[in-house]
Unconditional design. Structure first.
Length: 84
C-alpha cells in the first residue's frame, strides 16, 4: 500500500486497526474525532484479527461484548500450536 495514497475514507478498517494496536493516545483521539465511536465499533466488529488488548479496550469504552466481534470468534477457532 502506498502510504501517500491513504486517506481517511480509502481504508478506514486498516487505519482503525493500526491506531488501536500501535497508535498513541493522541492518534486515538484524532481517529475517534474523525470517525466517531459508533463507526469505530462497527469497523472493529468486522475485523478478522485484532490484538487482545485492543479488543478489550474497544469493548470497555463501548460497553460491548467480545462475542460480538468477528476477531474474537476467529481467534477461538484458530488456536496457535503453543497454546493447544
Amino acid at each position: 500500500m502506498d502510504i501517500s495514497q491513504v486517506t481517511w475514507d480509502s481504508c478506514p478498517s486498516q487505519i482503525v486497526q493500526r491506531v488501536l494496536e500501535y497508535g498513541t493516545l493522541e492518534d486515538w483521539r484524532i481517529t475517534r474525532n474523525h470517525y466517531g465511536l459508533e463507526r469505530i465499533v462497527e469497523i472493529c466488529k468486522k475485523l478478522r484479527t485484532l490484538d487482545k488488548k485492543a479488543l478489550s479496550y474497544i469493548c470497555c469504552i463501548s460497553n460491548t461484548n467480545k462475542e460480538d466481534y468477528r476477531c474474537y470468534h476467529f481467534s477461538q477457532s484458530n488456536p496457535t500450536l503453543w497454546n493447544s
